[in-house]
Design a protein around this ligand. Structure first.
Ligand code: VG1
Ligand code: CO
Length: 551
C-alpha cells in the first residue's frame, strides 16, 4: 500500500484519563460520545514512550488486540492508523483482532515488542451500555507500572493534537502481512507464542492421558475471548471431548452476561458443578482470560486456596517447576494460605498492593514465580499477567500427577495447613465523597483503635498499608486500611480502582482455623462481618446498606 497521508488532528484534552488498577476503564459511551477520547489516550501513551531517548518508533514493534467486546474492532483500527502515523516499524494484530490478556503478554515477550494495547474492560460487562477499556502493557509483557501511567495521565491533561493515517483498509481474517508506507502490519496467530510458553511448563502428554482415561471437565468461556483458546488447547491439542468448552464464541456484549467468574455472576457454572452428575472438574475464565474460577465435583476451590495448592504441588506435578520455586507473592488483601505453604517450603512470600502490575518487578528480578490475588487471579512468571488458562492447566497437571480428585487435593491441603475462611464484601455505586470521608475519618482514628475491643476481640494492630517495592524502591501509599485482631483474623478495606460508576468499597474478611476445615464460610465469618460494619461505621456514612456482591 502507498504511504498514507499523515494528518495532525487538533484535539482538546480530557481531565479523566487516569488509568486505574488495570487500564483506562470507562462506560462504553464515554469512548463513543466524547470526540477523540480514544485518540487522546493513545497519543498520550505514544508521547510517553517517546520521552525515552532510546526509543525510535521506526525500530519498534507494537501489538494491539482485544477480547472481542463492542468497539474492539473500531478502536483496533484507530490504534493501527495512529501507530502507522506515529511511525512504528511493525504492528502486530491477532487474527480477527482477538487475543486474551495473558496471550498478549506472551506475544510482547516472545516478539520483543515495545508494548501492546489490550482492548478490554476485563471482567466488566460489555456492549453499548456496558464498559470498554484500554490496557497498555510494557516491554516485559506486564501492565504499565504506576510511574508510566502517571506520565500518560499528565500528558493527556494538555494534549493538543494526535497523528492519524486516516481510514486504512486491511483485513484481519487470516494470517498475513501488509506494508503500509514504512510500517509492516502482521496479522498473527493468537495461539502460537502462548502455546510455546505453555509447552515449556506443562506435560501435554500427561494431560492428554488424563482425558483419554475418561476424565470429564467443563470450561466456561463466558462468551469472552478464552473460549477460542480453551477449544484450541483443551479440545484440539489435549483431546478433551468436543463440547467441553461452553459459551465459547466471543460475543460483543458477552450475550448479556457479566463475564466475571465468581459464584454470583457465574451461577450458571455453579449449578452445573454442584449437581450430582457434575463432571470431575470445572473452570471459567473472565472476558479477557486473566481471571479463573476452579471447581471439583460439587466443590468450589477459593482462589486464595487455589494459588496455595498450586504452589504446594508445583514441584512434583508441573514440569516447569521441577527445579523448585524461587518465591511467591500475593496481593495484600488475599488470604494467607499462600504464606503458610511458602513457610513450609522455605521460600519467601511477598505481599504487594492490589493489581498484577506489582508482581512484575519481583518476577523480573527472579524473586518470585507464582502469584495470586483473591479476585480470582493466578499466574506465574511464564508471562507478566495473571492467566486463567494457566490455572486450569496447572490444576489438570495436579490431578494427572497426583492421581487425586480436586476434592481430595483440597481436603488434604486444609488438613495439613488449616483453612482461612475468607470473604470479600463489595458495596458498589456509593457516593465517592462519602466513601472518601469514611477513609479520612478512619485514618484519623487508627492510633486510638489499637487495643480497642471489637465484639470480644482485641484490635492488636490498625494501620494503612503502604508498599516499598524491594526492587525499584518505589513507595506506593494508601493501599488499604488493615485491622488485625488478637485471634489472628483480619479486616481489610479499600476502594476499588476498576469501577466505572461511583465508588466501590471492598471489605475483605479472613479468619483462620487450624482444625475446623469443612464449615460454612459465611457462618464462620458472621461475627467478623458485623464487627467490620460497626468498626467502619457504615450506617453513619451511608445509611443502611447491604453488600451488592459477596465473593
Ligand atoms: C480489581 C481486583 C484486583 C485485580 C483488578 C484487575 O481491582 O481487586 O485484584 O487485579 O481488579 O483485574 P480493584 O482495584 O477494582 O479492586 V482484571 O481481571 O480487571 O484485569
Ligand atoms: Co480480566
Amino acid at each position: 500500500m502507498n504511504a498514507p497521508e499523515i494528518k495532525k488532528v487538533p484535539t482538546t484534552p480530557y481531565q479523566d484519563q487516569h488509568p486505574g488498577t488495570s487500564g483506562l476503564r470507562k462506560k462504553t459511551r464515554v469512548f463513543t460520545d466524547n470526540p477523540h477520547y480514544t485518540e487522546n489516550f493513545i497519543q498520550s501513551v505514544f508521547n510517553t514512550l517517546r520521552q525515552d531517548p532510546n526509543v525510535e518508533f521506526s525500530k519498534e514493534i507494537l501489538a494491539v488486540g482485544g477480547d472481542g467486546r463492542y468497539l474492539n474492532h473500531e478502536v483496533m483500527h484507530t490504534i493501527v492508523s495512529m501507530a502507522v502515523a506515529n511511525g512504528f516499524g511493525e504492528i502486530l494484530v491477532p487474527k480477527d483482532g482477538l487475543i486474551s490478556t495473558p496471550a498478549m503478554s506472551a506475544v510482547i515477550r516472545q516478539r520483543k515488542a515495545i508494548g501492546g494495547f489490550i482492548l478490554t474492560a476485563s471482567h466488566n460487562p460489555g456492549g453499548q451500555d456496558g464498559d470498554f477499556g484500554i490496557k497498555y502493557n510494557v516491554t516485559n509483557g506486564g501492565p504499565a507500572p504506576e510511574n508510566f501511567t502517571q506520565k500518560v495521565y499528565e500528558i493527556s491533561l494538555s494534549i493538543g493534537h494526535y497523528l492519524s493515517a486516516g481510514d486504512l483498509e486491511f483485513s484481519i481474517d487470516k494470517e498475513t502481512e501488509y506494508k503500509i508506507g514504512d510500517t509492516k502490519i502482521s496479522v498473527i496467530n493468537p495461539f502460537s507464542d502462548y502455546q510455546k510458553v505453555f509447552e515449556e511448563i506443562f506435560d501435554f502428554n500427561k494431560i492428554e492421558d488424563l482425558f483419554k482415561g475418561g476424565f470429564r471437565m467443563i470450561f466456561d468461556g463466558m462468551n469472552g475471548v478464552t473460549g477460542i483458546y480453551a477449544q484450541h488447547f483443551l479440545e484440539q491439542l489435549l483431546g478433551a471431548r468436543e463440547g467441553t468448552v461452553i459459551r465459547a464464541k466471543p460475543l460483543a456484549d458477552f450475550g448479556g452476561i457479566h463475564p466475571d467468574p465468581n459464584l454470583v455472576y457465574n451461577s450458571y457454572l455453579v449449578d452445573i458443578m454442584m449437581a450430582e452428575d457434575a463432571p470431575d472438574f470445572g473452570a471459567a475464565n473472565d472476558a479477557d482470560g486473566d481471571r479463573n474460577m476452579i471447581f471439583g465435583h460439587k466443590l468450589f476451590v477459593p482462589p486464595g486456596d487455589s494459588v496455595a495448592i498450586i504452589t504446594d504441588m508445583a514441584n512434583t506435578c508441573i514440569p516447569g517447576f521441577k527445579d523448585g520455586i524461587s518465591g511467591v507473592a500475593r496481593s495484600m488483601p488475599t488470604c494467607t494460605a499462600l504464606d503458610r505453604v511458602a513457610k513450609n517450603l522455605g521460600i519467601e512470600c511477598f505481599e504487594t498492593p492490589t493489581g498484577w502490575k506489582y508482581f512484575g518487578n519481583l518476577m523480573d528480578a527472579g524473586l518470585c514465580n507464582i502469584c495470586g490475588e483473591e479476585s480470582f487471579g493466578t499466574g506465574s512468571d511464564h508471562v507478566r499477567e495473571k492467566d486463567g488458562l494457566w490455572a486450569v492447566l496447572s490444576w489438570l497437571s495436579i490431578i494427572a500427577g497426583s492421581g487425586k480428585s480436586p476434592r481430595e487435593v483440597i481436603i488434604e491441603h486444609w488438613s495439613k495447613y488449616g483453612r482461612s475462611y475468607y470473604e470479600r464484601r463489595d458495596y458498589e455505586e456509593l457516593d465517592p465523597e462519602k466513601a472518601n470521608r469514611l477513609f479520612s475519618d478512619m485514618r484519623g482514628k487508627l492510633n486510638e483503635l489499637k487495643g480497642k475491643n471489637l465484639s470480644g476481640r482485641e484490635i492488636v494492630r490498625a494501620d494503612e498499608y503502604s508498599y516499598l517495592d524491594p526492587v525499584t524502591k518505589d513507595i506506593t501509599e494508601r493501599q488499604g486500611l488493615r485491622f488485625f485482631l488478637d485471634d489472628g483474623s483480619r479486616i481489610i478495606t479499600r476502594l476499588s480502582g476498576t469501577g466505572t460508576k461511583g465508588a466501590t468499597l471492598r471489605i475483605y474478611l479472613e479468619q483462620y482455623d487450624a482444625k475446623n476445615i469443612e464449615q460454612n464460610t459465611s457462618e464462620m465469618l458472621k461475627r467478623l462481618s458485623s464487627s467490620a460494619v460497626n468498626l467502619l461505621e457504615l450506617p453513619k456514612h451511608f445509611g443502611s446498606i447491604e453488600p451488592t456482591l459477596i465473593t
